[in-house]
Design a binder for this molecule. Structure first.
Ligand code: HEC
Ligand code: HEC
Ligand code: HEC
Ligand code: HEC
Ligand code: HEC
Ligand code: HEC
Length: 439
């Protein structure tokens, strides 16, 4: 009995996995896709971006060109150049909409369909890292699960019908006075077929397993691409003037970056260390620096006590289930800030998630291909980057030398294999293990 249950469980699982993966490709999932918009947009409320419910209708009836709204989502700048209606939309918060060049029209429609289907007044939780007033809409049961449930039910029905048929044969034989041996059940039929064609069966199972893995990984590589993300900030803080021209060390403002998980952002007191005196040369600068004074409650001579926090919008955001530590990369791994954030000394605008194509232009950076901040990006670097350039590097505290020494003592053969390419990569030390990055 249990063997049977076991068997059809496996069958059902295979069907589930297959339909699951096909489903994921066939139909774009508006709820998931909308997550990348939800940091700025809510269906019903204006936040960083305007509310999105009914926006397609608004554009169509407002006189936008055909297909202009898709163009907008893919590249608002190009859309604004091509369509006066779109150009008008850029006036809400100029330059703050993100570009999504990889979304297809179907996917964009799926997002709008999802948004239009939302009903207001549902209790909603705020999004971490986004605007305080942005809402996450409650997740609907995704279509994928409905298909899965359907696949399970179907499998159960097929198997039961097969068994019923065999039972009927058995009964009719018994009635006819025939000698009744145990007629093979439907599952037994399948099993014996599989046994007779075991090579084919093995091949089919292998195909399914490989297919599932490939689909899974291709999916993981590109989930939730944040490249180019450039939120607006309360003060137009230029890194170029500070870290560049004035040569201020990154750690002056991001003061825990070498010793903790987070890099931290400076408080207004840090700004005031200099800006009590530095009031700006041009009127433009003075205007910007005035905002620091408002936040610090500084009237030019003394602190009034009327402070107002500067709320910087977070630029680099990883999902909650990912663990990333600056100390591990900057101090232990000796990776330069530029590798992941670009050359901030030259950055005249506020910070942005630099596209990998830009990062690759910086001399000395490891060349990567996957979009910045995706899992593929992390993993690709862990494969390429050695924990040191040679077997006995001269890093002062002997950190790497110690690792190499231990590896050599524990398993000289394995060590030799690692060192074939001249390095022990982060991956070879476990940097591809799910648990290292996922809680
Ligand atoms: C970084 C913040 C941000 C993200 C992320 C973002 N948007 Fe926007 N969006 C804006 C802003 C700001 C505007 C207002 C446009 C302007 O002033 O330039 C806007 C405008 C729009 C408009 C026009 C709204 C109207 O009322 O006409 C649409 C449509 C839109 N966004 C769709 C999307 C979609 C779809 C996504 C996700 C795939 C998305 N946006 C992601 C910030 C964002
Ligand atoms: C004078 C203070 C100061 C110095 C020096 C400084 N930063 Fe910043 N940094 C800031 C402020 C303020 C922000 C928030 C505004 C923004 O996002 O541009 C910021 C933001 C950032 C961000 C984006 C943070 C996020 O939300 O994801 C990165 C990355 C960054 N800085 C890297 C650097 C690097 C690398 C250096 C050294 C080359 C450096 N910073 C030097 C003040 C400073
Ligand atoms: C290996 C890539 C990598 C390197 C090297 C790196 N960062 Fe980051 N940085 C990240 C990632 C990823 C995040 C987002 C972290 C998160 O959301 O948990 C981030 C976030 C930040 C932030 C936003 C605040 C925070 O802690 O979330 C600042 C500021 C920052 N980095 C500054 C720096 C500075 C300064 C250096 C060099 C001393 C540096 N980073 C080196 C990948 C890197
Ligand atoms: C170590 C000293 C120092 C610190 C700390 C500092 N600044 Fe500055 N900042 C300067 C100098 C110097 C200038 C250039 C002023 C000039 O050219 O007259 C400047 C210029 C600026 C400007 C005008 C830039 C422009 O050209 O448009 C802004 C805005 C600004 N700072 C914001 C900040 C903020 C926000 C902080 C805190 C996060 C901060 N600064 C911290 C030294 C500092
Ligand atoms: C530019 C290369 C680079 C990128 C990009 C990068 N890492 Fe790393 N990572 C390293 C290096 C080098 C080390 C080894 C540090 C050491 O020697 O302990 C490391 C180590 C780690 C470790 C510790 C591994 C262990 O074996 O203990 C974790 C966890 C980690 N990285 C997470 C991430 C995450 C998450 C991302 C993406 C958001 C990321 N890394 C992106 C280079 C990178
Ligand atoms: C080097 C760090 C690293 C390792 C190792 C790693 N991941 Fe990830 N993973 C990430 C990052 C970063 C993200 C978030 C990517 C994004 O937001 O685009 C992620 C996202 C995911 C997601 C998508 C969740 C979502 O946001 O919807 C899944 C599932 C996942 N990882 C599973 C795994 C599995 C299984 C393994 C082991 C085979 C693994 N990861 C190993 C860094 C890592």
């Amino acid at each position: 009995m249990f063997r049977k249950i076991n068997n059809w469980c496996i069958g059902a699982l295979a069907v589930m996995l297959m339909t699951g993966t096909f489903e994921a490709q066939a139909q774009p999932d508006g709820a998931t896709l909308f997550k990348q918009c939800a940091t700025c947009h809510s269906p019903f409320k204006d936040g960083t971006g305007p509310k999105l419910q009914g926006v397609r209708e608004k554009w169509n009836s407002g006189g936008a060109k055909d297909g202009s709204i898709y163009h907008w989502v893919k590249d608002w700048e190009a859309a604004a150049a091509a369509d006066p209606y779109a150009a008008n939309e850029t006036k809400v918060k100029p330059g703050s909409m993100m570009k999504f060049p990889t979304l297809s029209n179907e996917e964009i429609d799926a997002i709008f369909d999802y948004v239009d289907a939302q009903v207001e007044n549902k209790p909603a939780a705020p999004v971490a890292g986004g605007d305080g007033n942005v809402e996450v809409v409650e997740q609907e049961l995704p279509m994928g699960w409905i298909w899965l449930a359907f696949a399970i039910v179907l499998t159960v029905v097929v198997v039961s019908l097969g068994n019923v048929k065999n039972r009927l044969v058995l009964i009719s034989k018994a009635k006819g006075g025939e000698d009744v041996e145990d007629v093979p059940s439907f599952i037994d039929d399948i099993k014996s077929w599989a046994w007779r064609n075991r090579k084919l069966t093995a091949f089919l199972i292998l195909c399914v397993v490989i297919g599932v893995f490939v689909a899974l990984f291709l999916g993981l590589y590109t989930i939730d691409v944040k490249e180019g993300y450039h939120p607006s900030q309360p003060i137009e803080f230029p890194h170029s003037v500070h870290a560049g021209i004035n040569g201020i060390d990154c750690r002056y403002c991001h003061n825990v970056v070498t010793e903790s998980k987070s890099a931290s952002l400076p408080t207004v007191n840090v700004c005031m260390n200099c800006h009590k005196q530095v009031t700006g040369t041009t009127p433009e600068q003075q205007e910007k620096i005035k905002k620091i004074y408002e936040a610090a409650g500084w009237d030019g001579n003394q602190f009034t006590g009327k402070t107002k926090e500067i709320v910087w919008n977070k630029v680099h955001v990883l999902p909650d289930h990912v663990y990333f530590s600056h100390e591990q990369h900057v101090t232990a791994g000796n990776v330069d800030c530029m590798q992941c954030h670009g050359d901030m000394k030259k950055r005249t605008e506020t910070a942005q998630v630099m596209p990998v194509s830009e990062l690759n232009k910086i001399e000395g950076n490891i060349q990567l291909t996957k979009p910045t901040l995706t899992m593929g990006w992390c993993i690709e670097c862990h494969d390429q980057k050695g924990i040191s350039d040679g077997p006995l590097d001269t890093k002062k505290d002997g950190y790497y030398a110690e690792i190499h020494k231990r590896l050599l003592e524990n398993d000289p053969k394995l060590y030799e294999q690692y060192m074939k390419d001249g390095k022990v990569s982060v991956k070879e030390l476990g940097g591809w293990e799910c648990i290292k990055c996922h809680y």
